[in-house]
Design a protein around this ligand. Structure first.
Ligand code: T6T
Length: 331
């Protein structure tokens, strides 16, 4: 009798294991490797930025690399050629069955990047969002970004100060619907604008993060909105395009341009009077904090779900004193 009881127990265990593989193990089984509970990747961290060769992400990479080195971790950085979810998905998927211990990522779309990021997480990597974020807050251990709604508000206050009492319309240039950061900046700006009765919104235009499209939107707005007194460009590409649009129409300095970010080209534009103000982020601190949170998650230390980096409103008069916030082209 005893042996049959043993056989029965072993049989029950086997069926339970089969059931686990079929249900709970589904996601992991599909990926063919790993187990979300098991550590993977050793001391390897990966950073997948929003787009290649852009000063904001280069500065973020510099901050992340310095922090990783200090803590004895390796950081490998990649980015798509364009700020594009399909291109970024290809890079995320290529992490494959040998994922990093932690993935720091700036998701290019708040929804489209959910499935690829979930897949990496299911293979055991810790996920940290830097700058942009998914709508679904359950995937990342931690998200580090500027307070973008506050940044939009600061931009509106800065513009209102520049315009003074003059009545007029104000245009917002956003990037792509689904970009968590710039969408929040545009909303923060529009909300604050309502508290300045002399200023009227001329609406939010999407530019697909292409400077050429931003330039055309400015050209069109200048002819359709004769009382245009200001433009808020929600990131460096929209700003660079807006400056081109103003230059082409001979409106530099006549329409106030407040840009977000502090790329070398924007800083040059501020010096030349094409921009009246810039709202600079601190991308190096976003990268640095991202690595700190990743390491905390990997080493079982407390992790903070949401962290912010400082913003700075810079004008031509105080630009020299604020040079430390200008973005880098290389570390
Ligand atoms: O403004 C940054 C970043 O914060 C945003 O998410 C996307 O655009 C930039 O990279 C600048 O081009």
């Amino acid at each position: 009798m005893k042996p049959s009881k043993t056989i029965l127990t072993a049989g029950a265990l086997l069926s339970a294991a089969a059931l686990l593989t079929a249900c709970g193990g589904g996601q992991v089984g599909q990926s063919g490797s790993g187990d979300a509970a098991k550590p993977v990747g050793g001391k390897k961290l990966a950073l997948i930025a929003g787009v290649q060769a852009e000063p904001f992400y280069i500065s973020m990479q510099c901050g992340a690399e310095a922090e990783a080195k200090k803590s004895g971790y390796e950081l490998n950085t990649q980015a798509p050629q364009k700020f594009d979810a399909a291109m970024q998905t290809t890079i995320v998927n290529a992490l494959g069955s040998n994922p990093p211990a932690a993935l720091l990522i700036a998701p290019t779309d708040a929804q489209a990047m959910l499935a690829p990021m979930q897949q990496v997480k299911s293979r055991g990597s810790k996920i940290i969002e830097v700058d942009t974020a998914l709508k679904d807050t359950s995937v990342a251990e931690s998200s580090i970004s500027s307070d973008n709604a506050e940044g939009g508000k600061l931009a509106a206050q800065t513009l209102a100060k520049l315009v003074g009492d003059k009545p007029g319309s104000v245009l917002v240039l956003d990037t792509i619907a689904g970009t968590s950061t710039t969408n929040a900046r545009a909303k923060g700006f529009e909300d604050e604008l309502k508290t300045h009765p002399n200023l009227k919104s001329a609406g939010i235009q999407f530019t697909q993060n292409e400077p050429d499209q931003a330039a055309s939107k400015v050209t069109a707005a200048l002819s359709s909105t004769p009382d245009l007194v200001g433009i808020f460009a929600t990131n460096l590409n929209t700003g660079e395009g807006a400056a081109t649009g103003l230059r082409n129409a001979n409106k530099v300095g006549k329409v106030n341009l407040v840009g977000f970010d502090a790329s070398p080209s924007e800083v040059d534009g501020l010096k030349k009077g094409e921009y009246q103000a810039l709202i600079a982020q601190d991308p190096a601190s976003i990268g640095q904090q991202g690595v700190q949170q990743a390491i905390a998650a990997l080493e079982g230390k407390p992790v903070t779900r949401d962290l912010t980096a400082q913003l700075h409103s810079i004008t031509k008069t105080d630009m020299d004193a604020n040079a430390r916030y200008f973005y880098k082209q290389q570390c």
